[in-house]
Design a protein around this ligand. Structure first.
Ligand code: SF4
Length: 241
């Protein structure tokens, strides 16, 4: 079901698909997988397949029922561009988003090749923000794929940041989120990596959102950088606010 989210850069989550498979180092400690296992153990009907990709067509219409404008993270428990999700189903998710212009939808993927490959078969409404996750320089090609997509807002989620990203191709990118891994055995994020990304965003005039330092106790590590928080958002939402 759609739920209020604790994620700092969104308000709600909407999961018309659940389940996924790992694709790169950023998936190593996948939060969605841990949560799915927990929900399966609790007997949740939605997670009867555990973390296997599962479509939930009965949830496709849900955003139409929300009257108040919301910022919605789509598929926090999956990857909408996973190879097991049919194109026709992805198009239905986009149709709902297009028909709910009162909401802002944030879609995030690690399957940037498939995203770029089918982008022309998707109609891109202005209320859909499309992002890719990039955890280190080995997957920088995801940004190049994203830049070919005609979304109104293209964004990067550099989380969990596990390596330096000193040469980000920021042209055509409208928003950058940075965060460290959290939880047991979290891989550390170094301050100089964050500073470098912050400098690059400043230079390219790209809004910078610092989500968290992460670590084993993310509540203790906090989310301040140089004594302040950075909660910058892309232009459309700033205007709406
Ligand atoms: S792509 Fe995302 S949801 Fe899928 S396994 Fe990786 S981290 Fe988890």
């Amino acid at each position: 079901m759609p739920t209020r989210s604790n994620i700092e850069w969104t308000e709600m989550t909407w999961n018309p698909v659940t389940g996924c498979t790992k694709i790169s180092q950023g998936c190593k400690r996948c939060y969605a997988e841990r949560m799915a296992k927990r929900l399966t153990a609790m007997g949740s009907e939605r997670y009867r397949n555990g973390f296997k990709v599962t479509l939930h067509p009965d949830l496709l219409e849900v955003p139409r029922r929300w009257r108040q404008p919301r910022v919605v993270f789509v598929n926090s428990m999956s990857d909408l561009f996973h190879e097991d999700i049919p194109l026709e189903y992805i198009q239905r998710v986009f149709a709902t988003m297009r028909e709910c212009p009162q909401h802002t939808f944030q879609v995030l993927t690690k399957r940037s090749e498939r995203l770029a490959g089918i982008a022309a078969q998707i109609s891109w409404p202005r209320n859909v923000w499309m992002g890719v996750s990039v955890e280190d320089a080995r997957v920088l090609s995801r940004i190049h794929d994203l830049r070919t997509v005609p979304a109104a807002v293209r964004f990067l989620s550099l989380e969990p940041l596990i390596g330096p990203l000193d040469e980000l191709p920021l042209e055509g990118i409208h928003w950058v989120i940075v965060g460290g891994e959290s939880g047991p055995r979290a891989r550390p994020m170094r301050r100089e990596w964050v500073d470098s990304i912050h400098r690059q965003c400043r230079g390219a005039r790209v809004p910078f959102f610092f989500k968290q330092w992460g670590g084993v106790r993310k509540d203790l590590a906090g989310r301040e950088l140089h004594g302040r928080t950075f909660d910058e958002m892309p232009q459309p939402l700033r205007r709406a606010a």
